[in-house]
Design a protein around this ligand. Structure first.
Ligand SMILES: [Cu+2]
Length: 302
């Protein structure tokens, strides 16, 4: 069962913002007017568990709502929330282990055989706020079909009912230079999971780029024990992005609360044929068989 609530926020802001002096200073160029919408996916009730054995719930939405039918998405900010809109965090039990949204009408640039199509958006509990540099966007077409994979956990003994809430910022179709998603995964193409021993470890995976263009945004994803993940263009000897994991204590446990983002116009120029490598650095307290090391980037072709 699936329910979604579209909250067309701030449609009026699109009219007001161009006249706001702060924005006029920040973006003197003709930045296209944007709109913001928050889409709720769910609800899902995660079974209760314990600190050692959290409750877990995996799901697949075969028709995940798009923020708009024909538009360019320029920003995406995910959260895990309760029905009243407040954030659901490990402080009260729930953890956003991960979600992935793929466009089944597209094909992943790096792993063309992935059953999720073109993997557009994803996050773990770090809930990374993505904001593409001005003038770039992910094109959403009327005919696109989005699918969503979710994995939620709960460290509370009580079941918890939550939604994944994603705030999208978008412009009209064709208002931005389109970007392609580049999913560089230390686990490779078959699965994102890989094992780490206790202590420091390094895992790399390389891909011969089939695309050329300007890389404009990237963010990492790791699990607890991760130190940082980076992407390099080995052909040009360029560091594309280094994304460190930031830790805090949540609900009495060590948790990743942020992963670094890289943004630039461009961060780097990539040519078709360049070898791109993602390298994931861990320093795990104990051996684990289910970690990840992903650099998710966006590239404007040409
Ligand atoms: Cu993960």
């Amino acid at each position: 069962m699936r329910r979604m609530i579209l909250l067309p926020l701030l449609a009026a802001m699109a009219l007001i913002l161009p006249f706001a002096p702060a924005l006029a200073q920040a973006a003197p160029a003709a930045a296209p007017a944007t709109q913001t919408v928050t889409v709720r996916y769910g609800p899902w009730t995660i079974p209760g568990g314990s600190m050692d054995r959290p409750g877990e719930l995996s799901n697949r939405l075969s028709a995940a709502a798009k923020p708009c039918s024909s538009c360019d998405v320029v920003g995406e900010k995910p959260d895990l929330v309760y029905a009243d809109g407040t954030s659901a965090t490990m402080e009260t039990g729930p953890m956003l282990h991960h979600f992935v949204i793929g466009n089944l009408s597209g094909r992943d640039a790096v792993c063309p055989l992935t059953p999720l199509g073109d993997r557009l958006w994803a996050s773990g509990d770090e809930r990374t706020d993505k904001e593409l540099p001005s003038g770039y966007g992910v094109a959403v077409k009327n005919s696109d079909r989005w699918v969503m994979l979710t994995d939620l956990m709960n460290y509370s003994s009580e079941p918890k009912t939550v939604y994944i809430s994603i705030t999208y910022t978008y412009t009209g179709a064709g208002m931005t230079t389109p970007v392609r998603s580049l999913w560089l995964d230390a686990g490779g193409c078959l699965t994102s999971y890989y094992p780490v021993p206790a202590g420091p470890s390094v895992r790399s995976w390389s891909w011969r780029s089939t695309l050329g263009g300007r890389l404009v945004f990237a963010n990492g994803h790791q699990h607890v024990g991760g130190v940082h993940v980076q992407a390099t263009d080995d052909t040009t000897g360029t560091l594309l992005c280094d994304s460190p994991a930031t830790y805090d204590t949540m609900g009495g446990m060590r948790a990743i609360v942020a992963m670094g983002t890289c943004s630039g116009d461009p961060l780097a120029t990539i040519r078709a044929g360049d070898r791109l490598t993602v390298t994931s650095y861990y320093d795990a307290e104990t051996a684990r068989d289910d970690v990840m090391g992903i650099m998710h980037a966006y590239l404007a072709e040409g």
